[in-house]
Design a protein around this ligand. Structure first.
Ligand SMILES: [Zn+2]
Length: 373
């Protein structure tokens, strides 16, 4: 399968082997549509990782090094949050090798880099994505440079460097850090393994949808609650359900209820104003730092996805995050503040008027609380 990148703005195509990471017009790259057959019978029932959906993933038939790279990520449980709310389900996506849902995207992206013969990857992150890319790159025998902003905690830097990655500390903001990594990629120093720019990452996060399809035995939920900053889970999940719909395996895509933090909510603002594009905002600060993205590169695509499902974007207020984190811990789940914010916002929305939601709702628990203490 020699799959190409395609520009989301001008449709120009590129070969991933060229290490290009954005179009010359500045547009973000998607993957060109690739055809595959897939039904429940195609699930590899003896493969205990997200590679059980291999037929739906963008690899050649001959490529099997994913077997050496996979650490059994995916296949996370879906369980009721509380016995008194049987329709509110959580998908425990922090039960992953590096303790966050980012492993879905990282394992597919790094496997693809291996298939392309990449020797070095570059990534910028101060959190879960950098950790995840560093771990999988190490496992794949690919050199890895991770750019982090100054002020990143020593604990996080240690986590990343323990995986053998070279950590570059950048003076300035999170945006300055992304710029430095991007410049390094532009100079040809390596393959930009960005969870924002690289469309192969979304081929991994789309397995979130495939798992829901398999685990709920066709009983697809009415709504999906998804935290959104850069849209790595939201877009992947949408692509996955869209594929299942096009394959005739489901008859509708669940409604997406996307959550932003009120201190940094550019996509919410654009949605509310009925705009097609997202304008950057100033991050006024939030505990939900996993979704605090002031200038989301795929904002337009996120708006399109939410609208295509007749979904909605709501915000989490800061004062509810700590209490929601405590509540989830009392239910047995110790999560990151970003996940707590997601839960708090949804509960507020759901309790308000129910908003016509009658069936099951799935909320992802994206990151383990132990990473944020
Ligand atoms: Zn273009």
């Amino acid at each position: 399968m020699s799959i190409k990148y395609i520009c989301s703005e001008c449709s120009k195509k590129y070969d991933p082997k060229t290490l290009v990471f954005r179009c010359e017009c500045g547009g973000v790259l998607d993957l060109e549509h690739f055809d595959f057959e897939f039904s429940k019978d195609d699930i590899l029932s003896n493969e205990w990782s997200l590679f059980r959906y291999l037929k739906a993933l963008p690899f050649t038939k001959e490529f099997n090094q994913w077997k050496e790279i996979s650490m059994g990520e995916g296949l996370t449980p879906i369980v009721p949050l509380d016995k008194d709310m049987p329709d509110i389900l959580v998908k425990v996506d922090y039960l992953m090798p590096t303790l966050s849902f980012k492993d879905r995207g990282a394992v597919v992206l790094i496997s693809k880099a291996k298939e392309l013969g990449v020797k070095k990857v570059i990534q910028d992150s101060s959190g879960n994505a950098g950790n995840s890319i560093a771990a999988y790159a190490s496992r794949a025998g690919i050199e890895c440079d991770i750019y982090v902003p100054e002020g990143t905690s020593a604990k996080k830097i240690k986590q990343i460097s323990c995986h053998g990655a070279n950590v570059h500390i950048v003076k300035g903001s999170r945006e300055d850090t992304a710029h430095e990594a991007l410049m390094a990629a532009e100079r040809g120093e390596g393959f930009y393994a960005s969870h924002v720019y690289n469309p192969f990452f979304y081929q991994g996060t789309k397995t979130y949808a495939y798992e829901i399809y398999e685990q709920l035995d066709l009983n697809i939920p009415e709504a999906l609650v998804i935290p959104v900053g850069n849209g790595t889970l939201l877009l992947g999940c949408y692509y996955g359900f869209k594929e299942l719909l096009n394959l005739g395996l489901i008859d509708k895509i669940p409604k997406i209820i996307a959550i932003q933090a009120s201190g940094c909510a550019p996509i919410y603002e654009a949605f509310k104003a009925n705009k097609r594009f997202v304008e950057a905002v100033i991050n006024t600060g939030t505990l939900a730092e996993g979704i605090a993205i002031a200038k989301p590169m795929r904002g337009k695509q996120i708006l399109e996805a939410v609208r295509a499902t007749s979904g909605v974007i709501i915000t989490a207020s800061e004062d509810k995050i700590v209490a929601a984190r405590e509540y989830l811990a009392q239910k047995g789940f110790y999560v990151e503040p970003t996940t707590a914010a997601t839960f708090a916002a949804f509960l507020n929305y759901y309790k308000e008027k129910n908003h016509g939601i009658k069936g099951k709702v799935i909320i992802p628990l994206c990151g383990a609380g132990l990473k944020k203490d």
